[in-house]
Unconditional design. Structure first.
Length: 147
């Protein structure tokens, strides 16, 4: 089975900073739960006494809520805290681009400020590895580009 190369980056234009690599395996790496949010249609339906059921007359794609879980590492507790703050600040921007490359496919997602949870347990602090779970709202259409 071939290895699947995964590269993930987040823009930080609103913060005036460079792109942050979320899967560098030094400060950050993507956890097992990464992307896979359900796409749903916003539907306008009509019904009639002359029809069984109803009929969709208009539909648009709704925003998608993507689960993104990032493991945060560091050489000491201060570095883990600084990396966590940088990560949360990146996902708290009003808008940003999340770029993911899976093997040969490149996807760019237009995202908005994400809800998040930081797991602050004793064993994680001892291991200098916190976990941050984000619920990222994004536009429904990602742009796939083959590289």
């Amino acid at each position: 089975m071939p290895d699947l190369d995964l590269a993930v980056q987040i823009s930080r234009d609103a913060l005036g900073l460079e792109i942050l690599d979320l899967n560098d395996h030094i400060s950050f790496y993507c956890a097992a739960s990464f992307l896979g949010g359900a796409e749903q249609w916003n539907r306008t339906k009509v019904a009639s006494v002359f029809l069984d059921g109803d009929v969709t007359v208009f539909r648009t794609r709704g925003s998608v809520r993507e689960p993104v879980v990032i493991e945060v590492r560091g050489g000491d507790a201060a570095e883990v805290y600084a990396n966590t703050c940088a990560l949360v600040a990146a996902f708290s921007q009003d808008s940003y681009a999340l770029v993911a490359r899976f093997g040969g496919a490149l996807f760019t997602f237009d995202c908005e400020a994400a809800d998040y949870t930081v797991v602050f347990t004793g064993p994680r602090w001892t291991a200098l590895a916190l976990q941050v779970s984000f619920n990222v709202p994004r536009k429904p259409t990602a742009v796939p580009v083959l590289v």
